[in-house]
Design a protein around this ligand. Structure first.
Ligand SMILES: Nc1ncnc2c1ncn2[C@@H]1O[C@H](COP(=O)(O)OP(=O)(O)OP(=O)(O)O)[C@@H](O)[C@H]1O
Length: 362
């Protein structure tokens, strides 16, 4: 889909990108990573011709980008950058409409597309469309930036450190948003970052760059397992095992569980709990309601409802949650087992020992 063929860029004597050759497949997220100044942004900008190569060529579907008409490139390639991406004097709606207007779409088509995009980004139209960028939080502004890049339905999206300036929680939720969105819209995305955790989380393939050259181009698992290359080893850091958990998901580690129903008799529950430290509690529809600790506090002559620990808001994980996030919930809640809940329903449990041993449920 996107192919770099022996691409180099020099500014006078300074070779900032050196003989790059690699290919990004259709529908994949390629993350360019490397230290500051290694040539990531320059590489990205050679795809949409904000920068022209000194040597070599970038091709999209076999055709050199320098042979595309500018308006075709604009339609095919969305572009998201950090902070300064939005026009401050334009409203959210006007910002999202910039490329469709350049492409001379009619008003109805633009309105409809803006609505779709707001919906896709989980933003309420009535609340946001008339606002200016200065009235948005960092996370909201970046969502609008992504919506704007997707406006003309490009098949390629370039993202240059889009979440670099955000706090860790907003950053993580936008990364999840990108992964969710990508499942739906399947764009070819080239993403620049210098955050290895972000790269491991998002990438189908990671391009590691150093001083203008490509050091490695591989799947995140292989980059994390690379122990030969000193530069990669240093870049990945000491916590490579933890980083691998970012790419593993709870759904592959779900184990059977023991549960009782709120409507069960106290006698039955007492029997069920005999050799357990605790049991999960569900209602008659299988919805997760909490758990019962097998200690002296339970009086089985009474109905068990009042003994259920119902503090379940933060005490659960969904099947699509990464093992790293599951581990983080376990640590913050100080437990070794968590209920796996899908749309309110208890579907299994996940245990610390399975995470540590990477023991799948197959
Ligand atoms: N227009 C330009 N004129 C001269 N030198 C430039 C120009 N643009 C970039 N450079 C130089 O090219 C090198 C690579 O820059 P680039 O922005 O691609 O790096 P980067 O890896 O994206 O860095 P960062 O992570 O800090 O954003 C740098 O040394 C930079 O100073």
């Amino acid at each position: 889909m996107i192919k770099f063929e022996n691409v180099s860029k020099a500014y006078e004597e300074n070779n900032v990108v050196k003989n790059l050759s690699f290919e990004v497949k259709k529908g994949e997220i390629c993350v360019l990573i490397g230290p500051s100044g290694c040539g990531k942004s320059t590489t990205l900008k050679m795809i949409n011709r904000l920068v022209e190569p000194t040597e070599g060529a970038v091709r999209i579907d076999g055709k050199k980008v320098r042979d595309f008409k500018p308006e075709i490139l604009r339609r095919r390639i969305g572009y998201v950058i950090q902070n300064i991406g939005l026009f401050p004097h334009l409203t959210v709606k006007e910002n999202i409409s910039v490329v469709p207007k350049l492409l001379k779409w009619d008003k109805n088509r633009i309105d409809q597309r803006v609505s779709e995009l707001m919906d896709l980004m989980g933003m309420q139209e009535s609340q946001f469309l008339k606002k200016h960028p200065s009235e948005l939080s960092g996370g909201q502004a970046q969502r609008v930036g992504v919506a704007r890049a997707l406006a003309a339905n490009p098949d390629i999206v370039l993202m240059d450190e889009p979440f670099g300036a955000l706090d860790p929680i907003t950053k993580s939720s936008l990364q999840n948003e990108i992964l969710r969105l990508q499942k739906k819209v399947q764009k070819t995305i080239v993403f620049v970052t210098h955050d290895i955790d972000e790269a491991v989380k998002l990438a189908d393939r990671i391009a590691v760059m150093n001083e203008g050259s490509l050091v490695a181009y591989d799947r995140p698992e292989s980059i994390l397992n690379n122990k030969e290359n000193e530069f990669i080893k240093k870049f990945v850091g000491f916590d490579r095992a933890l980083k691998k958990l970012t790419r593993m998901y709870v759904e592959d580690f779900i184990k059977p569980y023991k549960s009782v129903k709120i409507s069960d008799s106290s006698e039955l529950i007492k029997r069920e709990m005999e050799n357990e430290i605790f049991v999960w509690v569900v209602d008659d529809n299988g919805n997760f309601k909490g758990w019962l600790n097998n200690d002296d506090s339970i009086d089985f002559t009474e109905h068990i409802e009042s003994f259920i620990v119902k503090d379940i808001e933060n005490f659960q994980v969904s099947p699509d949650c990464s093992l790293k996030d599951a581990l983080s919930v376990m640590m913050s809640e100080n437990v070794v087992t968590l209920p796996v809940v899908d749309n309110g329903k208890l579907i299994g449990e996940i245990r610390l020992s399975d995470i540590v041993g990477n023991e799948k449920n197959n």
